[in-house]
Design a protein around this ligand. Structure first.
Ligand code: FES
Length: 78
């Protein structure tokens, strides 16, 4: 299994409106933390995030989280 690219060693803390989002799992997107299609040709696929009501989330950007798409503090070990 190939390794994800570390996009940043900190989460993206965002206030998201209700809706569907696609979290980048490969780390190659230029639109972090969201997928921009750059995973094409890799084994990675984006993770669908369903937000039912406006809320603040911390989305993983190091791509090493054990709880995708959310930050679990794994960036502290990089
Ligand atoms: Fe990374 Fe799509 S660009 S999962």
């Amino acid at each position: 299994m190939s390794e994800a690219t570390i996009a940043a060693k900190e989460p993206a803390v965002l206030e998201l409106e209700a809706g569907t989002y696609y979290w980048c799992s490969c780390g190659k997107s230029a639109n972090q933390p969201f997928c921009d299609g750059s995973h094409k040709g890799t084994t990675f696929t984006p993770e669908v995030i369903e937000i039912t009501e406006k809320k603040t989330v911390a989305l993983c950007q190091c791509k090493q989280t054990k709880n995708p798409p959310f930050c679990d503090g794994s960036h502290n070990n990089l």
